[in-house]
Design a binder for this molecule. Structure first.
Ligand code: SF4
Length: 813
């Protein structure tokens, strides 16, 4: 259809058919006021503040719903329009408390702004006003529905974007209200406290509790940080006044999270100011921690490390680093441990993700999620299996919902009735632990019905014949027996996934681990490759990790067998390169991994350990055993922000800066390297991890010369090919996705486009393991089957010191 030409306020414009007058005006830079309009929600024309005059039209029209028409002549500021808007505002004021002096929204209230602009100081209408009770029942925000102007954006966001469905319009006419069903308190509703309603409320009806009396919007400074929780790495603006974070909001139009957050990002930053922070170096003397100077602490550490190294050799030392620390922190950590002559460097959380990493590495040659988070919204079919993104990675859940709203077929395979089932086309409530059998069954149907992509398989993959043979027994009937599903449902889901132009698979690294780990990831990779759904937009395999820089820490070399950028220790050229860059000899002996240390029942060769930002004793199972193993060490250093269960066992505790107190980069699950800025100063004797490591390296006699994290990043880029084109200067608002190999490279949105990282994608026949199903069933009884399991690998050291611990699902962060 041809473009539509119209005139708005004397300016001509051509727009695509279906464009509204509001959108056309905005394209011309003409601002029209709106309350109820939101680009993410269907227009509803409820508030009528956006009315405009269209020549030859009988009445004023709501520009947010009226489509631009050919040769239309529109006036957005005629006298008639202005009077109508004034009237509208006057009507709103008639039933709105005029407590702007004390209202927390003053300065960022749309009603206030428009009243100022249209010179409406009070209402000419008098009558009954609402007198509704405050809803103050939850820990997060206050609801004062007397201020609500019924724009409905909160309802739309809650129902459509988040899928929580906690609120709706209740009653009718003058007493219309927005509330949970039966006007119950929000605390008793299905609210997930993501704060999206608060961030989008144009007036002061919904106010976060943390901000009361702390400061006006114009008194705060916004600093862009990366969320410290899950691996989506959402962008957050922290609002700071007098060196205190007093609020948070999503960064507008962030490439990762647009303007969405979950409860963790919106409310979970308050641990930064917790009274539990460690604020000075501590040395244990006669079983009690004593505050010491930094010099004393470093001297003590160096003496002990050198003594143990001298007596038992370099491999008696081990380091565990944090997938929550920045890339720079992690890079320097492994550099320090390796400079001491050992490759005993790892992360405790490896047991939550290592199998997924191995599965992806084997199939694709690369352990990263293949596509960007945003692309999920544009897919034609999405299989959500082995996890509940609403709990583990909520912003990803929003994108899956958006895909469903856009018409994509949604297949949910989960033993639990997770929220996505409500909008799913296919609900496959399989028995816990039978995911591999189901995926094999889907693949069997696809091959036996000839729905596979032969050209892709022939040109881009290897191992198809073995896979086909291995899948023969996974007939729908056999898989139905294992999974407890209906075989027709299995066939229908397989057909739908295979027939989609672009199909994505969303899983979860931690849940994959429980569901067969490497096997499930390989089976999912088989499914994606069988249908040619790798290497193209809005397709691929998403297996996001639990922690915000797990991808980055692995990229940096927090792995005992590879150096920065997954360069293998076995390769002499690689070792020589790093030896030359670091001025030390790199051992060619692969190190001990965290599982080998903690699952060891005998005496360990490790005598000293340095743990940066991890809390193995406070995580998951066998906590006593882990504590005993750490107690057996001759020397333990823990660098952390809190006195965790692990730190309490240490000989030395070093106080580290929190995420909001330091500059650094983080790499999210879509491989996007993002810069996080310091929002507040740390306490006096507290320093960023990277700075502590640099200082300790000097005390140990290494010549490290970094003026700041930017220098550290430059060294990372010089040694890691995938990061070569990335530098602080280029990390503006969008970040850059690796591989990014030179300064002109804009990064890589979709992996494996022309070839897989390993050359050809590798199919592997994976067997279903009935023993695993039994274990999962056991686990399901003890915990839950669908969410991210904090009890498995997150110690909650941050979230339990945050208001988010009050949320009923807070156990899972
Ligand atoms: Fe933070 Fe993940 Fe929530 Fe985004 S989805 S706000 S990264 S926890």
């Amino acid at each position: 259809m041809s473009a539509i030409k119209l005139t708005i306020d004397g300016q001509e414009i051509e727009v695509a058919p279906g464009t509204t007058i509001l959108e056309a005006a905005r394209q011309l830079g003409i601002e029209i006021p709106t309350f109820c309009h939101d680009p993410e929600l269907p227009p509803n024309g409820a508030c009528r503040i956006c009315v405009v005059e269209v020549e030859k039209a009988r009445a004023l029209v709501a520009s947010c719903v009226a489509p631009a028409g050919p040769d239309m002549v529109v006036h957005t500021k005629s006298e008639r329009v202005i009077n109508a808007r004034k009237n509208n505002l006057s009507l709103m004021l008639a039933n709105h408390p005029l407590d702007c002096i004390t209202c927390e929204k003053t300065g960022s209230c749309k009603l206030q702004d428009y009243c100022y602009e249209y010179e409406v100081a009070s209402s000419e209408f008098v009558g009954e006003v609402k007198d509704l009770p405050y809803d103050d029942t939850n820990e997060f925000f206050l609801r004062d529905m007397n201020k609500c102007i019924l724009c409905g954006i909160c309802v739309g966001k809650c129902q459509q974007v988040v899928g929580a469905g906690a609120i709706d319009f209740t009653k009718r006419g003058f007493v219309t209200n927005v509330s949970p069903g039966f006007e119950d308190p929000i605390e008793d509703s299905s609210c997930v406290f993501c704060g999206m309603c608060i961030d989008n409320c144009p007036v002061g009806a919904l106010i976060p509790k943390y901000i009361f009396g702390k400061g006006r919007p114009w008194q705060t400074e916004a600093t862009r940080v990366v969320c410290p929780y899950c691996s989506l790495g959402c962008n957050i603006n922290l609002h700071v006044k007098d060196n205190e974070v007093i609020g948070a909001a999503p960064v507008e139009n962030s490439p990762v999270n647009r303007d969405h957050l979950c409860v963790k990002g919106k409310f979970g930053w308050d641990f930064v100011h917790s009274r539990d922070r460690v604020t000075a170096p501590l040395v244990k003397t006669n079983g009690t921690f004593v505050e010491v100077t930094w010099e004393e602490a470093l001297d003590y550490i160096v003496d002990n490390i050198r003594d143990i190294q001298g007596r038992y050799g370099a491999d008696s030392l081990m380091g565990l680093s944090s997938p929550k620390a920045s890339n720079e922190d992690n890079y320097l950590f492994q550099k320090l441990i390796r400079s001491l002559g050992t490759n005993n460097v790892d992360s405790y959380t490896r047991h939550c993700h290592a199998s997924s990493v191995d599965g992806m590495m084997e199939a694709f040659g690369n352990a990263a999620t293949t596509n960007t988070i945003e692309e999920v919204a544009g897919t034609d079919a999405v299989l959500v299996i082995g996890g509940n993104p609403a709990e583990s990675h909520p912003v990803l859940d929003y994108r899956v919902r958006e895909a469903a709203r856009n018409g994509a077929s949604l297949i949910v395979a989960n033993p639990d009735m997770i929220g996505l089932v409500d909008v799913a086309d296919y609900d496959l409530p399989l028995k816990p632990g039978t995911e591999v059998a189901l995926v094999n069954g889907l693949a069997n149907v696809i091959i036996s019905e000839g729905l596979h992509d032969e050209a892709f398989i022939k040109e881009r993959t290897e191992g198809f014949d073995q896979l086909k043979k291995g899948l023969e027994k996974y007939t729908p009937q056999y898989v139905a027996e294992i999974t407890g599903l209906d075989q027709e449902d299995i066939k229908d889901a397989a057909r739908r996934y295979a027939s989609a132009e672009k199909a994505a698979i969303v899983s979860d690294a931690a849940v994959c681990e429980q569901s067969g780990g490497e096997g499930l990831v390989k089976a999912l990779a088989n499914l994606a490759m069988l249908t040619g759904n790798v290497g193209k937009e809005s397709a691929g395999l998403y297996v996001p990790y639990g922690e915000n820089n797990l991808q980055g820490s692995a990229d940096m070399g927090i792995l005992p067998n590879v150096l920065t950028g997954y360069q293998h220790l076995k390769d002499k050229e690689v070792r020589d390169k790093f030896s030359e860059a670091w001025g030390v000899k790199i051992s060619d002996k692969p190190g001990l991994n965290a599982s080998e240390f903690f699952e060891n029942d005998k005496d360990t060769a490790v005598k000293a350990m340095y743990i940066m930002g991890e809390n193995p004793v406070g995580c998951g199972e066998d906590q006593e055993k882990k504590a005993e193993l750490l107690k057996k060490l001759d020397f333990l250093v823990v660098q952390d922000i809190f006195m965790t269960e692990t730190a309490s066992l240490a000989d030395v505790v070093l106080p580290a800066a929190a995420f909001a107190e330091k500059l650094g980069t983080y790499t999210n699950s879509e491989r996007r390297v993002q810069l996080s800025q310091p929002a507040v100063e740390p306490p006096d004797e507290v320093f960023p991890d990277w700075a502590i490591l640099v200082e300790l390296a000097e005390w140990l006699g290494f010549e490290w010369d970094y003026a700041g994290p930017e220098d550290v990043f430059a060294e990372i880029a010089s040694l890691n090919h995938d990061y070569k084109g990335i530098g602080y200067r280029r990390l503006s608002e969008q970040g850059l996705q690796w591989p990014c190999t030179d300064e002109k490279d804009q990064g890589t949105k979709v992996l494996h486009q022309d070839s897989f990282s390993r050359g050809k994608g590798l199919f592997s026949a994976v067997e279903y393991d009935p023993e695993l199903a039994a274990k999962r069933e056991e686990h399901a009884a003890a915990c839950c089957t669908s969410g991210y399991h904090s009890c498995q690998c997150l110690s909650e050291s941050m979230s339990k010191r945050s208001v988010i611990s009050a949320f009923k699902n807070g156990c899972c962060v």
